[in-house]
Design a protein around this ligand. Structure first.
Ligand SMILES: NC(=O)c1ccc[n+]([C@@H]2O[C@H](COP(=O)([O-])OP(=O)(O)OC[C@H]3O[C@@H](n4cnc5c(N)ncnc54)[C@H](O)[C@@H]3O)[C@@H](O)[C@H]2O)c1
Ligand SMILES: O=c1ccn([C@@H]2O[C@H](COP(=O)(O)OP(=O)(O)O[C@H]3O[C@H](CO)[C@@H](O)[C@H](O)[C@H]3O)[C@@H](O)[C@H]2O)c(=O)[nH]1
Length: 329
């Protein structure tokens, strides 16, 4: 399969890795990004069209120019803490922006889209691992903004023949194995980059948020999934839709949980640089344990995560160490 695909938010962390996988699979990604949190240097596998998803006229222009066959939508504000402080920005960008984008796609005769959703739409687990039928009760405006678009997409499918796949990522992590792109969020709030920056001496210590959870070592459990495994799932979801597949959602996680302590051990082993870990209070809004049941993506998309936690940490370490060298040079 081939064709031009519009990648909204493709200059960001996950979107740029998906562009790499799309190009490897024979597609032509065109990135549409306002560069608010993205990086022009991450756009290496197709054109960059600068623009905002809330700008209908600019979207019409770009879609008319490139005539994409499908849309992949990553463009969003992503920081949970910020969403609690400024919910309106999240509803404006992630909800109103997504609707503007979907409407532009429909005007441009695009019939389907892949949407970046999140396990944060589930909220506190009522059973583990979580499958796609798990109740969705987000704990914060970020998660709710994503759930609202999932619900809008269900209506677009039922009433407007606009099909979609919602991909509910668990914890995206790691980097392109060749070190061309990686995770660069500003400010950074994710555990792996923060710990690696601590190992590099860029931060004085790592704060571990809570060691009093009801888990095997008291620290929170997450399902870390390699960003290139995520990218592979996007290519499969796109092909599924282009083959006429119906609207649905898939969990993207490995099915294996890792505690924060285990994660820090893996990072110290790989980097061989011990660093100080301070036990801090729980971070508000954090669930004790989030682990995916990924059976549906395995069965319907034929997807299998192939990279381990060590692969995640090693690829991320290479990227962060090279970033440090780049900024020093
Ligand atoms: N990183 C994770 O662990 C994770 C987990 C679950 C879901 N997600 C979802 O995946 C997607 C990508 O996340 P990421 O980590 O790559 O984030 P990111 O911030 O690196 O990428 C988001 C991109 O969207 C762009 N963008 C934001 N608002 C825009 C707008 N109004 N118009 C145009 N471009 C805009 C940013 O400039 C950035 O390039 C997001 O939708 C996020 O909610 C991420
Ligand atoms: O300095 C830190 C940072 C994180 N953690 C812990 O490490 C784990 C992972 O945290 P993080 O990397 O911040 O990811 P999550 O908060 O698990 O991921 C959320 O954040 C994403 C937004 O980027 C959402 O999309 C995901 O769905 C959502 O689960 C959690 O238990 C945190 O409490 C620490 O102990 N210290």
């Amino acid at each position: 399969m081939s064709g031009v695909v519009l990648v909204a938010g493709g200059a960001g962390y996950v979107g740029s890795h998906v562009c790499l996988a799309l190009a490897q699979a024979g597609f032509t990604p065109v990135v549409y990004d306002n560069l608010s949190n993205g990086h022009a240097a991450f756009v290496q596998w197709g054109a960059l069209e600068q623009g905002d998803i809330r700008d209908a006229a600019r979207l019409d222009e770009v879609i008319a120019l490139h005539k994409p066959v499908a849309l992949l939508h990553f463009a969003a504000l992503i920081e949970v803490g910020e969403s609690i402080k400024e919910p309106g920005r999240f509803y404006e960008n992630n909800v109103a922006g997504a609707v503007t984008l979907i409407e532009a796609a429909r005007r441009g005769s695009i019939e389907c889209m892949v949407f970046s959703s999140t396990c944060a739409t589930y909220g506190d687990p009522v059973r583990l691992p979580m499958d796609e039928t798990h109740p969705q009760a987000p704990l914060n405006p970020y998660g709710r903004s994503k759930l609202m678009i999932e619900q809008a997409l269900a209506d677009y499918s039922t009433y407007a023949s606009f099909r979609s796949v919602c991909l509910r990522y668990f914890n995206a992590a790691g980097a392109d194995e060749e070190g061309r792109i990686g995770e660069r969020h500003e400010p950074e709030t994710h555990a792996i980059p923060l710990a690696l920056q601590t190992a590099l001496g860029q931060r004085s210590g790592f704060k571990l948020f809570g060691d009093d959870y009801d888990t095997r070592d008291g620290t929170a459990v997450r399902d870390y999934i390699h960003v290139m495994d995520l990218a592979d799932a996007h290519v499969r979801a796109l092909k599924y839709l282009l083959d006429g597949g119906q609207t649905t959602a898939f969990n993207l996680g490995t099915g294996t949980g890792t505690t924060v302590k285990e994660l820090i051990e893996a990072i110290q082993r790989t980097t061989n640089k011990p660093f100080e870990v301070e036990i801090a209070p729980r971070r508000p809004g954090d669930a004790p344990c989030l682990v995916a049941d990924n059976s549906r993506a395995r069965e319907v998309l034929g997807w299998r995560p192939t990279r381990s936690l060590d692969d995640i940490v090693q690829s991320a370490w290479r990227w962060h160490a090279a970033e440090q060298d780049r900024s020093a040079g």
